[in-house]
Structures are given as C-alpha cells and as structure tokens.
Write a protein that binds this ligand. Structure first.
Ligand SMILES: Nc1ncnc2c1ncn2[C@@H]1O[C@H](COP(=O)(O)OP(=O)(O)OP(=O)(O)O)[C@@H](O)[C@H]1O
Length: 225
C-alpha cells in the first residue's frame, strides 16, 4: 500500500465577506494524496482550487475540519524540503539571479548541493540560458517555469502547482509538462496541478473537479480513516 502524504477531512474554509458576513469558499472537502499520485485539479475560476492547494501546502488553515501530512513529518517543517509549491503570482526574488532563486530552497533547508546543481537543473528544463538573468528580464512564462523548477529543486515528496503553464503556449506547455513528469518519473513524489488547460489535465492519471468549493459528485474516493 502506498503511503498517504496528505489528507483533508471535512475541510471548510470561510473568509470574511466584510462586516459580520462570511463567505464559504471550501465546503466539506475530504481527500487524500498518496505517493506517486498525478492529480489534475480542475474547475471554474473561483471554485476553490488555489484555496485547497494553500491548505494542502500548509500555507493556510481550514476553518473547519482537519488537514494532516502523515507521510511528510512535522507540519512546521513541510516546506521547502517535503512540499514544493508554485503559485500563480510572481514569486521569484527580484534581487537574486535565476540560478540563485533555484538555489534558494537548499539555502533555506540548510542543504549542500553540488556547485552546478541549479544550472544543470535549469538546463534539464531547457532554461539553462536564463541562469544568470535577473527575474525582471524574464517573460511571464519563463518566470513561471523557473518558479516550477525551483519548487522541484529539492526533490520534494509532494509538489503543488497552481496553473504552472498558465502563461505558456500549448506546445511549450506540453513540452514543459513532459520535462516535469520525466523528472518525477520513478520517484514516489506526488504531483497536483490546478489547471484550466485540458491538455495538461489529460496528462494526469487522476482528475478532481471542483465546483463551488466542493468536489464534483463522487470525487474523490477517501478510504476510511
Ligand atoms: N483571502 C481571501 N479573502 C476573501 N476571499 C478569498 C480569499 N482567497 C480566495 N477568496 C475567494 O475564494 C474563492 C475561491 O478562490 P480560489 O482562488 O481558490 O479559486 P480558483 O478555483 O483557484 O480560481 P482560479 O481558477 O481563477 O485561479 C473566490 O471567490 C475568491 O474570491
């Protein structure tokens, strides 16, 4: 049986809607992510995909229910070693070069990597020529791919990617996803990709579709705890 990396039980998330009101964004979400999972998280804008990824990554807390990471160790030490995450807003540090940005998880995790590790990694994703550039010199799609490479740098056990190909043309998106899936092949890492790109979603073995803060009927199966 594969290990459970993360599990949500009856998770809800509500935000203040101004004044006394509360807006419920996630409702009664139960799911588990096992080693080796390849999950596409799809659904209309505003259906709660990003909010769920934040909770699975430990960046936000549910207002109802629980999230646990049985296969990833203590909750306060999930990132960047255990969970690699990339979100939609630009996240590269503007004062660091691309290669230094990719080195950052290792610096934060106090981990020694070989001297050319980040350059070699960037080259593997055909981004090697960007290594010495500053983030401001990159296109949106280049920055997005560099952020994804950075999320993968420490070979985390769970990778959360929010629209990782949102700024890429279809051909480049497929090429990049090929490289990501190849990098994760033969590892036990799980990958969850929130995407509106049906071609990207089709690359994943499992699809979870969200609607108004819930999984569409019958998804996903949660084995009894
Ligand atoms: N911090 C917040 N405060 C208030 N409302 C929020 C907050 N974060 C998200 N929301 C709301 O929660 C809902 C779900 O947002 P979320 O970003 O999770 O959707 P999504 O499915 O990822 O959308 P998209 O596909 O457009 O990225 C939206 O209505 C959004 O306005």
């Amino acid at each position: 049986m594969t290990e459970i990396l993360a599990v949500c039980r009856h998770v809800g998330r509500a935000f203040s809607g101004g004044g006394e009101s509360r807006v419920s964004v996630l409702n009664d979400i139960s799911c588990e992510i096992r080693e080796g999972a390849r999950i596409a998280l799809t659904g209309p804008s505003g259906s709660g995909k990003t909010t769920l990824l934040h909770i699975l990554g430990g960046l936000d807390r549910p207002t109802n229910g629980t999230v646990e990471w049985p296969g990833l160790g203590p909750a306060e030490r999930l990132r960047p070693r255990m969970i690699g995450a990339v979100f939609q807003s630009p996240s590269l540090f503007p004062a660091l070069t691309v290669a230094e940005n990719v080195d950052l998880p290792a610096v934060l995790a106090d981990e020694d990597l070989p001297p050319d590790y980040s350059r070699d990694l960037l080259s593997r994703f055909e981004l090697g020529e960007l290594a010495d550039k500053m983030p401001e010199e990159l296109s949106g799609g280049q920055a997005q791919r560099v952020a994804m490479v950075r999320a993968l740098a420490l070979r985390p056990k769970l990778v959360l990617a929010d629209e990782p190909t949102g700024q890429l043309d279809g051909v480049t998106a497929q090429f990049f996803m090929d490289a990501v899936l190849d990098y994760l092949a033969n590892t036990s890492a799980a990958l969850i990709v929130a995407t509106h790109d049906q071609a990207v979603a089709a690359r994943m073995a499992t699809r979870w579709t969200m609607d108004h803060g819930q999984f569409r009927c019958g998804q996903p199966v949660l084995e009894p705890a």
